[in-house]
Design a protein around this ligand. Structure first.
Ligand code: PMP
Length: 455
């Protein structure tokens, strides 16, 4: 362990502190929901590398597909060859139940941020308009383009401006902290899981107002004739796992339709079966929230760099050949991992597992909330479960740093957990094939961490 400490201290001088580190151990290997360190610690991974190892660490089907592809062809560059076998297979799967049927054109690249930048190009070219409306609390990446749309924390953009012009930020509904919160609290509702069987109380008088705010924005800040698209995460990821209230998506779609504005669903974190449906926006299909573009990445390829945009057939029509591309986009090994990931999700029933384990996890946290009133909200969908802390007696204002303290206490108990958002939240984002027994372990460890931090 002395040599590990030495290696780490050298590594840390070589690695800039600008890349933050939650922990200081070296990962050695992973299997399913577990990770081992070089010092032999075994950790329960409730982060899945920020929602990436959707089929668990090193799923045998994914490992085999990647090994075979690495020995067949790795780099069949997309501008040089027509395609390669795995991309053909992948697009076939995309159009047969994975992607929403109205999104029939696909573009592949390597990261979520890169996909967001490409989506900006597509909507600008398709509409002939420049401006983009993003939502408060959204996270879309760290490139100059995607960072310009990111408002989940100032730390992501501080010191890096000027950013891309033409970005307008609309308020995102936060039922827990909205203007009717006092009324809501008086009604006795503290905890608000927002999916069946936990139907949230219909207290949400504010649900019309974000749509109204968007209308005002189009009257006062960015005219419809200048506004290409609205981008949103169907369930806010980095911003704290907030879901929109009923009706919000439908209102948003109606406003955009009225003004010829495209809707981009950033499904980097909420997609790839994470919420118990293939895509997070399908959770809110109350009358038709159909995005014109959808961005995918993270969980689609179980850890291999793979991302892209799925779009309406007419979205690319005005683009001249050669205007889109990238050296590694559609890499054959990444595509093989994506095909294998889709197969595992389908064969092993991971949509159902995400839903069921999500309910188990949510129910378990609700039980803990009875003992710990500091838990003021449990929210999310499927295996995207966020927990917000308030004061010790359940007030809305939390002691600063409590979420980080809880995450650190979890690590002491050998469980990896992340915080989320600018408020005091932690997020559970495990592999989609986590078992019921593993969820029980996570709940036990989380309970112990809470006992330690809040008593
Ligand atoms: N969009 C969302 C919703 C994300 O959660 C992330 C990553 N956390 C990104 C975009 C950026 O993806 P990447 O880190 O692959 O660039």
């Amino acid at each position: 362990s002395k040599s590990v400490a030495q290696a780490l201290s050298k590594f840390y001088t070589q690695s800039p502190a600008a890349v933050s580190k939650l922990n200081d151990f070296i990962a050695k290997r992973g299997e399913g929901s577990w990770v081992w360190t070089t010092e032999g610690r075994k950790l329960l991974d409730m982060t899945s590398g920020i929602g990436v190892t959707s089929t668990g660490h090193c799923h045998p089907t994914v490992v085999k597909a990647v090994q075979e592809q690495a020995a067949t062809i790795v780099h069949a560059q997309q501008n040089i060859f027509g395609s390669h076998e795995k991309a053909v297979e992948l697009y076939d799967k995309f159009s047969n139940g994975v992607m929403p049927s109205h999104l029939s054109r696909y573009f592949l690249c390597n990261s979520g941020a890169e996909a967001v930048d490409n989506a900006i190009k597509i909507v600008r070219s398709c509409t002939g308009r420049q401006n983009i409306i993003a939502f408060d609390g959204g996270y879309h990446g760290r490139t100059i383009g995607s960072m310009s749309l990111t408002t989940s924390k100032t730390v992501y953009r501080q010191g890096f401006g000027p950013l891309m012009p033409g970005v307008f930020v609309a308020p995102y509904p936060n039922c827990l902290h909205c203007k009717t919160q006092a009324e809501w609290k008086r009604a006795g509702y503290h905890i608000q899981p927002s999916y069946p069987p936990f139907d949230a109380p219909d207290c949400r008088k504010c649900c019309g107002s974000p749509a109204e705010a968007l209308e005002w924005m189009l009257l006062m800040q960015t005219a419809p004739m200048d506004t290409a698209a609205v981008i949103l995460e169907p369930v806010l990821g980095e911003g704290g796992f907030l879901s929109p209230p009923p009706g919000f998506m439908k209102n948003l779609r109606a406003i955009c339709d009225k003004h010829g504005i495209m809707v981009i669903a950033d499904e980097v974190q909420s997609g790839a079966a994470r919420t118990g449906k293939w895509w997070g926006h399908q959770q809110f299909d109350d009358g038709g929230m159909r995005p014109d573009l959808m961005i995918f990445a993270k969980g689609m390829a179980s850890g291999y760099p793979f991302a892209g945009v799925a779009a309406r057939a007419d979205a690319f029509e005005k683009m001249a050949p050669g205007t889109m591309g990238g050296t590694y986009g559609g890499n054959a090994v990444a595509c093989a991992a994506a095909v294998a990931t889709i197969e595992v999700i389908e064969k092993e029933g991971l949509l159902r597992n995400a839903h069921e384990r999500g309910i188990q996890l949510t129910q378990g946290i609700l039980d803990l909330a009875n003992r710990h009133p500091t838990i003021i909200d449990v929210r999310g969908r499927g295996l995207m479960v966020g927990v917000e802390f308030g004061s010790k007696d359940g007030g809305l204002v939390a002691p600063k740093g409590i979420a980080t303290a809880v995450a650190k206490a979890c690590i002491k108990h050998d469980m990896l957990l992340m915080t989320a958002g600018a408020r005091e939240c932690v997020r559970f984002l495990p592999s989609l094939n986590i078992s019921a027994a593993e969820v029980d372990i996570a709940l036990k460890l989380f309970g112990q961490a809470l006992d330690e931090v809040v008593g």
